[in-house]
Design a protein around this ligand. Structure first.
Ligand SMILES: [Fe+2]
Length: 192
């Protein structure tokens, strides 16, 4: 079954996120869904035609995770935002776990923001490693490098330049602050 881009128009009007910037971002996201389908179809066709030994097959295969994660990370990112945001319940299991792992929610946020200030394009993901019961603020380079196998992405923030440049120029930290105001902690707590 083909992937279909989800509609995130309910985010239009989110304070700190211009509609034009969001609309551009939705269009980019739709491109990842389209390309994930294209790659899946092309790879299946090549396999059927016996072309699995070709460089073309190998390069498309390498690219698949980039397109797929580009699609899914955007869904997680838009999915953990809400117009006006929603607060983190200090008594929730997630808040308690964050405090246990990072000392306090404030210390965790400081670290998450610091990862978001790293040079380069990519994502910041708060991952929950269920196997060990640990949380990690993780840098994902581009869309595909750095994921933690079998860990659950709990909070996802886009720090590709298209996520903020139109409204913020080079002031990435101001965008990160706007993002924190828009985080839908109810959605984040549910993932955890
Ligand atoms: Fe993006």
């Amino acid at each position: 079954m083909a992937y279909e881009a989800k509609n995130f128009d309910s985010l239009l009007g989110t304070p700190g996120f211009g509609d034009q910037m969001l609309k551009n971002h939705f269009t980019l996201y739709q491109g990842y869904a389209t390309n994930t389908n294209k790659l899946a179809d092309a790879l299946a066709a090549m396999a059927k035609e016996g072309k699995t030994g070709t460089p073309e097959y190998a390069e498309l295969k390498r690219r698949f995770g980039w397109e797929f994660n580009g699609m899914r990370l955007h869904e997680l990112y838009f999915g953990n935002m809400k117009k006006g945001g929603a607060t983190l319940d200090g008594n929730s299991p997630l808040a308690k776990k964050i405090s246990q792992e990072f000392g306090s929610v404030e210390d965790w946020e400081k670290d998450f923001r610091a990862v978001g200030a790293m040079r380069g394009i990519g994502w910041v993901v708060l991952y929950y490693d269920k196997a060990a019961g640990r949380l990690f603020n993780t840098w994902i380079n581009e869309h595909d490098a750095g994921h933690l196998a079998s860990a659950t992405p709990v909070l996802v923030m886009d720090v590709f330049e298209h996520a903020y440049m139109l409204d913020y120029g080079l002031k990435r930290a101001d965008y990160v602050s706007a993002f924190f105001s828009a985080v839908d902690w109810a959605a984040v707590m549910k993932r955890f």
